[in-house]
Each structure stands twice: as structure tokens, then as C-alpha cells.
Design a protein around this ligand. Structure first.
Ligand SMILES: Nc1ncnc2c1ncn2[C@@H]1O[C@H](COP(=O)(O)OP(=O)(O)OP(=O)(O)O)[C@@H](O)[C@H]1O
Ligand SMILES: [Mg+2]
Length: 321
């Protein structure tokens, strides 16, 4: 059964994007596209948002967005789940593809597979037959192919380069045939073979980075690897975005890391996510920062990231921080 367990994009939020009042925006919606979510707020159904944004020229063309970096614990899963929930709120039919044997995205979205439930490892060779049974529907616009420890065997079963090139792409192609617009992939903290396969399927790669030296080194290595994997397989280079997580304005180390990233990668789009306790609070409740309506920096920062990532707004030429 499909239930809307996630919050909606609000008319106030969408109105702010276009610099008009919520009242003016609401006049442009049919009554059945609006939902009263609390005393002061109207939400918009994902289908309503999609109709509106399509009219504004936003493209709902299929895309695969992969989160990867060698450095662990730096925000791949947080970015995956936040982006996925927000993308669904923006009317994209979204599927999370959890490739991390730790299954953190699956856990965070309340979709931990049972012992016999099929996961990527079980279905990648015949996605046209097996994918539907493995997908878990979370809401009208959000599904997940969950992960468990068995996915750790993927690296051993993807030894053939042809399989590496096609495994994730094959599953994504099938998701596209099933009507998904966006696949958001969460990877383990490595550049193992399953991650190589995900890179081969990506239109966009989001590389999270933190303040420590290892993480900055991880960024450089990950970027080099992406380029060399695409060259090896004869694939066009995907768009790459950097997301700098846990930025703390009060800490010198944050300022230094940010300057260094901008200096070394001046041409890559960069979003800064401030450090916030909202992320751990949301995680503890199996929610994301977009599951409720209260405004906070975590929500604002990820909304800016997702709006730019999905082409809803243009990135400013220079980040404000
Ligand atoms: N901007 C932030 N501010 C504060 N905490 C954050 C922020 N981003 C992520 N976190 C927290 O950091 C921890 C690690 O984040 P996350 O699980 O997303 O990293 P990861 O890269 O997926 O880790 P792994 O490599 O183990 O898969 C989580 O507890 C998360 O809530
Ligand atoms: Mg993770």
C-alpha cells in the first residue's frame, strides 16, 4: 500500500523560490493540488509541484545521482536520503538504490530487508524480471531498493569488466522503464567494484567532503578515480558536485578546508551544509530533515543543494559562505 508518510513541499517554500507570496502562488494551483498541513501552512502534492515546475521549464528527464567518496562517515547517506525525500517532494518519481552493505539508507528510511527479501545482489543479472519484487514503496513518489550485508559479495561477482559497466546501469534502465525519473545511489566508503559500476551509471556524482585532511585527500582520489574509470570504460564524464558537510563557521578548520576546496576545484559546483544536530535527531526517528515542517539550517542547506542539483534553481556564481 502506498501512503504519504513524508511531508509535502509547502506553498511558502515554493513561493520563496519565485519571490512571490504564498497567497499569489496558491492562486496558480487547483484546490486538489493543495493540502492543509497545519494551521498556518499549505502543502502541495508532488503531482501538483511537478505540473507547476514543468510549466516553468524544469526538466524531469531521467537521471542517476551517485554519492561516493572513499572517506567514511562524511555524509553520503545523509545526502542520499535528504536528496531523495526532497526530490520526491519536488515531484520527481524517485528511487533510492542502496548499495552499501551497511544498509544505512535502508535503515534510515525504515526499509531494512528481511532475510529472504531480494536486494541488488540478487536481482542485478535479471532486473526486468526481479526488480519489482525487490522494490519497497515508501510513498507515492519515493521507493527504495534496500541493502543488506549480502551486497558485500557484489565485488566478487562483478569481476568481469562488462558486468561492472552494466550491473548498476541495467538496474537503473529498468527503473526508468518503470517510470522513475531519478535514482539516488548510496555507496559504501570505498572504491570497490560495486562503486565502479555505480560510477558507470551516473549522470551526476556528488562527493561529500569534511574538514579533515583525510577527507580532502579522499576528494582528490575520488575525482581522479571517476575520471580514470570513465576513460577506461569509454564513457562520458559525469557532472561532479562537491558537498561540504559539517561546516562550522566558528571553527578555523572549516574556513581553511573550504578555501582549500575552492582553490583546488574552482570549477566544480559546491554546496556547504552547516553542522546541525537536526541530522542525528531525524536519524533517530527514521526521518530526514524534510519529514517535518519546522525550518532549520539543515533543511535550508539541503534544499539549496537539491534545488541546484535538480535544476529547479540556478546556482549562484559564488557561494555566500
Ligand atoms: N551537516 C551535518 N551536521 C551534523 N551531523 C551530520 C551532518 N551530516 C551528517 N551528519 C552525521 O554524521 C554521521 C555520518 O553521516 P553519514 O552516515 O551520512 O555518513 P556516510 O558517509 O554515509 O558514512 P559511511 O561511510 O559509514 O557510509 C551521521 O550520524 C549523520 O547524522
Ligand atoms: Mg553511509
Amino acid at each position: 500500500m502506498t501512503t504519504e508518510r513524508y511531508a509535502l513541499l509547502t506553498t511558502r517554500e515554493l513561493a520563496a523560490t519565485y519571490g512571490i507570496s504564498a497567497g499569489e502562488l496558491e492562486e496558480q494551483f487547483h484546490p486538489d493540488e493543495l493540502v492543509r498541513v497545519n494551521a498556518a501552512t499549505n502543502g502541495i502534492t508532488p503531482l501538483g509541484v511537478r505540473r507547476f515546475l514543468s510549466d516553468k521549464g524544469v526538466s524531469y528527464q531521467f537521471r542517476v545521482i551517485v554519492h561516493t567518496t572513499m572517506r567514511g562517515g562524511i555524509g553520503k547517506t545523509t545526502s542520499t536520503i535528504s536528496t531523495a525525500v526532497r526530490s520526491a517532494q519536488y515531484g520527481f518519481k524517485t528511487c533510492v538504490l542502496d548499495l552499501d552493505p551497511q544498509g544505512s539508507s535502508s535503515l534510515a528510511l525504515g526499509a531494512v530487508p528481511e532475510e529472504d527479501d531480494p536486494i541488488f545482489y540478487d536481482i542485478w543479472q535479471r532486473p526486468e524480471e526481479l526488480l519489482s519484487d525487490a522494490l519497497v514503496t515508501l510513498s507515492s513518489h519515493l521507493s527504495i531498493l534496500p541493502s543488506s550485508l549480502e551486497n558485500a559479495l557484489l565485488d566478487a561477482s562483478l569481476l568481469n569488466p562488462g558486468s561492472q559497466k552494466k550491473a548498476v546501469k541495467g538496474v537503473c534502465d529498468q527503473l526508468r522503464l518503470q517510470g522513475f525519473d531519478t535514482v539516488i545511489v548510496d555507496c559504501p566508503p570505498s572504491l570497490g567494484i560495486a562503486v565502479i559500476s555505480a560510477i558507470c551509471a551516473a549522470q551526476t556524482i556528488v562527493v561529500p567532503v569534511g574538514s579533515d585532511a583525510f577527507s580532502l585527500k579522499g576528494l582528490d582520489l575520488t575525482l581522479d578515480e571517476i575520471a580514470s574509470i570513465c576513460d577506461t570504460f569509454g564513457l562520458p564524464h559525469p557532472a561532479v558536485r562537491i558537498i561540504y558537510t559539517r561546516y562550522d563557521q566558528r571553527e578555523n578548520v572549516s574556513h581553511h578546508a573550504l578555501s582549500r576546496i575552492k582553490e583546488r576545484h574552482p570549477n566544480l559546483p559546491l554546496t556547504v551544509i552547516r553542522t546541525s544536530s537536526e541530522f542525528s535527531k531525524a536519524l533517530a526517528a527514521e526521518e530526514t530533515v524534510f519529514s517535518r515542517y519546522a525550518r532549520n539550517s539543515a533543511r535550508d542547506d539541503y534544499d539549496r543543494h537539491v534545488s541546484e542539483l535538480l535544476g529547479i534553481v540556478q546556482a549562484p556564481l559564488e557561494q555566500e559562505q
